[in-house]
Each structure stands twice: as structure tokens, then as C-alpha cells.
Design a protein around this ligand. Structure first.
Ligand code: FES
Length: 181
């Protein structure tokens, strides 16, 4: 092997190494970029502001509070059942409804409805809420978050694009069709 051959082989190997490094770098960069840009691209792709179906009105009898689920508006095809989000629906009098986020306003644990005591209870730190979602006792500083809703064609729909997060302003209890989040 001549010195010239050795240099050209070394140069070719260096170029091959740079090329392979470039491919690996690009393969790593794509998912990172997709992750970083996902809040923007998801919102555009899914129509974040659309009304989501909770179910027919016959599923929510007057005077009762029932568990319901809706599809996460930013769900991916592979999310499966994790794309289903639970919420509590209170049919006040067949005219007025309240749709509560299932998450406690303290640190987000799922609250449960106890019809016997007319209270929502949080299993994590003992937070309690009255049937209208207002705070009853415990660490939460505010009532349960509420979704905006509408009734259309005998079905109950909600706006769930703006996911509630703890720490937002205190609930507006003025009307059933306003959002508290
Ligand atoms: S998370 Fe519900 S009381 Fe703390």
C-alpha cells in the first residue's frame, strides 16, 4: 500500500464517518423538533376549539350527577383509552347543567361523587366540594373547574380545548353556561 493510497482511504473513511454521523444526528433531531413544535402543530391540526360530544341527554337524568367521558381533542391515533377523559355531569333541572373537570382543584387527583352526602370528595388530601362544584372543605382554594357546555339536538356538548389547571382564578358561579376555568 502506497502512502497516497493510505491517505485517500483515510480521507474516504473520514467522509463516510461524517456522513453517518449526519444521518444519526438528523434521526435524533426529527423527534426532538416534533416534540418542541407539537403544541403549535397539534392545535392547528385538531381544531382545538370544537365542541365535543358527551352523550345524549337521556344519559343524564334531572337532579343527578353522572360520570361521562369525552375524547381528548389533541388525541393521537395510538393513545387508545388514555385519550378518554372523564368528567362529572350534573343535570340541575333539565334546563341547566354543570360539567365539572374530574381533577381536584388542589393538585389534580380525580374526585369522586358521593350521592349519599351530595359531595365530591378527593381521595388524596381530603378536599371536598358541594354538588354545585363549590369548595366545601380541605386544601383546595377554589371550586371544581367547569367546562362550557351547550345542548344541541338532544345531546350535551362541551368545549374542552382549554384544559383547566390548578391555580387559575376562583370559579365564577354566576351561570351554568359560563366557564370557570
Ligand atoms: S389533590 Fe385533592 S385535596 Fe389535594
Amino acid at each position: 500500500m502506497t502512502a497516497e493510497n493510505g491517505i485517500s482511504r483515510r480521507a474516504a473513511l473520514v467522509k463516510l464517518g461524517i456522513f453517518l454521523n449526519g444521518i444519526v444526528g438528523a434521526a435524533l433531531a426529527v423527534p426532538i423538533l416534533r416534540y418542541l413544535l407539537s403544541p403549535v402543530t397539534r392545535e392547528r391540526r385538531t381544531g382545538y376549539d370544537s365542541w365535543l360530544l358527551l352523550g345524549g341527554l337521556d344519559q343524564f337524568p334531572a337532579g343527578q350527577t353522572r360520570l361521562a367521558t369525552y375524547k381528548n381533542p389533541v388525541v393521537n391515533a395510538w393513545d387508545g383509552e388514555t385519550g378518554d377523559i372523564a368528567c362529572w355531569v350534573r343535570n340541575v333541572d333539565d334546563q341547566k347543567f354543570q360539567v365539572f373537570a374530574i381533577n381536584c382543584a388542589h393538585l389534580g387527583c380525580p374526585v369522586r361523587w358521593f350521592a349519599q352526602s351530595n359531595l365530591f370528595m378527593c381521595p388524596c388530601h381530603g378536599g371536598a366540594y358541594y354538588q354545585d362544584g363549590s369548595r366545601a372543605s380541605g386544601p383546595p382554594e377554589r371550586g371544581l373547574f367547569q367546562y362550557r357546555y351547550k345542548v344541541e339536538g338532544g345531546k350535551l356538548l362541551i368545549k374542552a380545548g382549554e384544559m383547566p389547571t390548578p391555580g387559575q382564578p376562583v370559579a365564577n358561579k354566576a351561570g351554568g353556561k359560563t366557564t370557570c376555568a
